[in-house]
Design a protein around this ligand. Structure first.
Ligand code: NAI
Length: 398
């Protein structure tokens, strides 16, 4: 097995794949399409982060490629449909940085509630203002969380541990953790919260869900945080509510238009407001998160190669079949049409191969079946499975 890891993936990922006995080449930068096509000859596993595009052309040029690890959260840079159609599994790390986002949100809540942005600016300007006016504890304040998913729910738990009261609103029916109180509507949450923090996902219907109307319904003197997606909030309206004094402050980590790279100018209506903390989309950017992403995605690649496990894959049906000490495992990815399992099992039976364990899963147009068979089996079976019309890819794993 050969793995190529681009974009400076964490060394823990390299170590994990090398421990599996595989050759790993690690490169510290992204590749463009033609470079990538040239580099993929003989590569079984590709690791990328957000700056390398894995297009249909790249996948077509690398027929031996088994899996792509996105050592990040997003997978927009990968043509997932083309990968699925070629039987290339894609994995990412959707949860590795949730804690980092939560910690930044809490830090910003404390900083804004104590007026630290102003105090810090004053001190750098030589002004010693020791006044307690406008500075508060967060204990006892009500935090309203919009979007009670992985991040929102973890924020809820830690905020309560700090003595805050928590309300949340989610479009899905979510279990309230601790003493958190579920709100039936966004309006209900806005009416009762001292701090509103957005943690919704990036579905397209969330565009502009937080604008003039919603900001106007927030309590006077309350705080606003967005560490979810930039396109969710109307920044012009947010500026107006900060300048009017209706809102006491805000912290924003994500923007509708973010600079493409380091050094490009950051343009935003929110610049120049002393009580607004602006951060360059770093909610999830910690060394701990990068390390966990490395461990998590490399582990998924290893398990896919060795066991055929696709659990948490972005594009294939999710399956994990416990390993058996002896025997062989066949992984068969196919078009999700009626009768495939019967055909597979018929071929095995015709060749007198006994099935010892089997698991099937489907997802959209793809079906995936892991089959453990007895030690002795004729090689012809694999050829027959590969020759089935419905077969996308077949692998013998052990
Ligand atoms: P998640 O998918 O676990 O949770 C999102 C929750 O929002 C779900 O429970 C969903 O039902 C709910 N939701 C969606 N639309 C809603 C709406 N209009 N009103 C109320 N609830 C709604 O996502 P996760 O992992 O918690 O991430 C949350 C957000 O944080 C995502 O947008 C993600 O991209 C962003 N994020 C930002 C980072 C940063 O660096 N600032 C790092 C990691 C994630």
């Amino acid at each position: 097995m050969r793995a190529l890891l681009l974009e400076n993936v964490h060394p823990d990922a390299v170590a994990l794949l090398e421990d599996a006995g595989w050759a790993v080449e690690s490169v510290d930068r992204a590749s463009d399409e033609s470079e990538l096509i040239a580099a993929l000859g003989g590569v079984d596993l590709l690791g990328i982060r957000s700056k390398t595009d894995v297009s249909a052309a790249v996948l077509a040029a690398a027929p031996q490629l088994l899996a792509v690890g996105a050592f990040c959260i997003g997978t927009n840079q990968i043509d997932l449909a083309a990968a699925g159609a070629r039987g290339v599994a894609v994995f990412n790390a959707p949860f590795s940085n949730t804690r980092s986002v939560v910690e930044l949100a809490l830090a910003e809540i404390v900083a804004l509630t104590r007026g630290l942005t102003q105090k810090n600016a004053d001190m750098h300007a030589g002004v010693w203002d020791k006044s307690a006016a406008g500075a508060h504890e967060i204990r006892g304040r009500r935090l309203g969380i919009v979007g009670y998913g992985n991040i929102g729910a973890q924020l809820s738990v830690l905020a309560e541990a700090l003595g805050m009261s928590v309300s949340f609103y989610d479009t899905a029916d979510k279990l309230a953790l601790g003493n958190a109180r579920r709100c039936e509507s966004l309006d209900e949450l806005l009416a009762c919260s001292d701090i509103v923090s957005l943690h919704v996902d990036g579905r397209s219907s969330n565009r502009d869900i937080f604008g003039e109307q919603q900001l106007a319904k927030m309590r006077r003197g309350s705080l606003f945080l967005n560490l979810s997606r930039g396109f969710v909030v109307d920044h012009g309206a947010l500026r107006a509510h900060i300048e009017s004094g209706h809102l006491a402050g805000a912290a924003v980590d994500v923007f509708p238009h973010e600079p493409a790279g380091r050094g490009d100018e950051f343009v935003s209506e929110l610049r120049g407001l002393p009580n607004v903390i602006l951060t360059p989309h770093i909610g999830g950017s910690t060394e701990e998160a990068q390390q966990d992403i490395g461990r998590y995605v490399a582990g998924k690649l290893r398990d896919f190669v060795i066991d055929g496990s696709t659990t948490m894959s972005v594009n294939l049906p999710h399956l994990t079949l416990p390993q058996r000490p002896d025997g062989h495992r066949i992984a068969h990815l196919h078009h999700n049409v009626p009768g495939v399992l019967a055909t597979i099992n018929g071929l095995l039976a015709d060749n007198k191969v006994n099935i010892e364990a089997q698991l099937l899963g489907t997802r959209g147009e793809l079906g995936y079946v892991l089959t453990d068979v007895s030690v002795d089996y004729p090689r012809a079976v694999l050829d027959q499975l590969a020759a089935m019309d419905e077969t996308v890819r077949v692998r013998l794993l052990s």
